[in-house]
Design a protein around this ligand. Structure first.
Ligand code: ZN
Length: 482
């Protein structure tokens, strides 16, 4: 066995030399030694480089190698080895992020937790699930469902996005209004710091005010402060009823009125409040889009409403009553209630048919937040500014309105206009206390705009934390901060 390992390491050393020919000789020697050390730590097949790496689909640049540890201890040893020589490390989740937070180059080593993909325990009494960070979101959802519970976080990339990646980006999605973002689903966390220190706090309790809640630091840190290896997730009771409707409103005031009524009268069961501005609604309910319009095309706003509850017949009665009252009082201009699972699925499909914005390619996509009281004026001003600068532009606005989160897609017929369009979209945010990133993060794409949503002092404190936890700046360098 020993012979085999030695032989294998020799093979590695030869291959590594071939891979890094472009790197100066001293660095090359250090790198060669490091890669051999990493290969030894993660075992047979744990280190990908050369041809094995070339076959991998990696967005935003190929790293020199991908190291794939199987345990927290291996993650710790990998980071200690990298830290000792100042080697930059790029943490990989499912690589479904939207702001290039996993961008890398041939001098960087990626660390993927794809072999740490086990669900370790489901504790029904505590309503918790303990998982390794490389498990896919959808597998967590399915495992909770099989135990008659629910893991409520849901995003389109559920099949490939990992729980660790969801933590790194503090993922949001469609049901945040009821259950909160990823931050609200985490009770315990195990994380490895840049120097290899393992911080393990696999806490299962909701209340735990014993000093600083360190896990919060790592949620949404985009892999810059530590590498999350294991989590204790909070589960919820599995809903037994799902009520859905498409509503129309003529004014934004009515939209917020409807939100407040439903939130107040549905007894806390409101789980989605997705608003589609008229342009987007027309786009996703007109061929070539497959969606059939549940309501006529001439209203200003369309709202997809969902309530999840615990009693099918009384929930349906209450849902109908609340919507009927709103229609009678003229707050809701028109409405269609889904009568079957097929109709409910069709309603979600309309909202989620985001690919239709490609009809106006090239397009630029945004993920912003604005306080509800200032959202209408923001969109009106944005539309005016775009029309002045690019007459005939295509603007689609939709989003998780209950969370103040809008997705905006702009097509101006000019691929090179990205920076000019960004300037227009972000211009109205600082004065309204808005955010340049609601749920996607900063990564590389938005780092030049971080200062529009965070003060200089806030950014200084963030950088001081980064320096404390990662003094050699090896963890995902060049992300978040310009
Ligand atoms: Zn979203």
């Amino acid at each position: 066995m020993a012979c085999r390992i030695i032989y294998w390491i020799v093979i590695c050393a030869v291959s590594v030399d071939r891979v890094i020919l472009g790197i100066p000789i001293v660095e090359k020697t250090v790198m060669s030694a490091l890669l051999n050390q990493l290969a030894e730590i993660v075992g047979d097949g744990g280190l990908l480089f050369g041809e094995a790496l070339a076959e991998r689909l990696v967005p935003h640049g190929h790293p020199l190698a991908i190291v794939r540890p199987r345990t927290t201890e291996e993650v710790s040893k990998v980071l200690k080895a990298c830290s000792d020589v100042g080697q930059p490390v790029i943490p990989y989740g499912g690589l479904t992020g939207l702001v290039e937070a996993t961008a890398s180059n041939a001098t960087e080593v990626a660390i993927s937790l794809e072999r740490m993909n086990h669900i370790e325990e489901i504790d029904s009494a505590s309503r918790t699930m303990t998982v390794q960070a490389g498990v896919a979101l959808q597998l967590v959802q399915e495992a909770a469902d099989a135990e008659e519970m629910m893991f409520p976080l849901d995003i389109g990339a559920r099949g490939s996005a990992t729980i660790g990646g969801n933590v790194a980006t503090n993922a949001g999605g469609n049901r945040v209004i009821r259950y909160g973002m990823m931050r609200d689903q985490i009770l315990g966390m195990e994380v490895v710091l840049a120097d290899g220190t393992i911080l393990s706090s696999l806490n299962k309790i909701i209340k735990n005010n014993t000093g600083y809640d360190l896990k919060q630091l790592f949620i949404g840190s985009e892999g810059t402060l530590g590498i999350v290896t294991r989590l204790v997730l909070r589960l919820r009771p599995k809903p037994v009823s799902q009520q859905m409707a498409f509503l129309a409103a003529n004014s934004f005031e009515e939209v917020t009125d409807i939100l407040n009524r439903l939130d107040a009268r549905l007894g806390g069961s409101l789980s989605a409040f997705e608003v589609l501005w008229q342009d987007y609604y027309r786009l996703v309910t007109t061929p070539p889009a497959a969606g059939k319009p549940p309501l006529a095309h001439d209203y200003a706003y369309y709202i997809l409403v969902e309530a999840l509850g615990g009693d099918d017949s009384s929930d349906a009665d209450r849902f109908l009553q609340v919507l009927s009252d709103a229609m009678e009082e003229g707050v809701v201009a028109d409405g269609a209630i889904a009568q079957s699972q097929a109709e409910r699925d069709a309603m979600w499909a309309i909202r989620d048919d985001v690919g239709q914005v490609g009809q106006h390619r090239p397009v630029f996509s945004f993920d912003i937040s604005v306080p509800l009281s200032k959202m209408d004026s923001y969109v009106v001003e944005l539309r005016q500014a775009l029309n002045t600068k690019w007459p005939g532009n295509h603007l689609s606005v939709f989003g998780h309105l209950g969370d103040g989160n809008l997705h905006i897609v702009v097509g101006v017929g000019d691929k090179s206009a990205k920076a000019a369009v960004e300037a227009v979209v972000y211009a109205g945010l600082p004065e309204r206390g808005g955010s340049v990133s609601a749920e996607h993060g900063i990564g590389v794409q938005k780092k030049q705009y971080l200062g529009l949503s965070r003060s200089a002092d806030e950014i200084l404190v963030m950088q001081a934390l980064k320096k404390t936890l990662d003094p050699r700046d090896i963890l995902n360098p060049g992300k978040i901060f310009a």
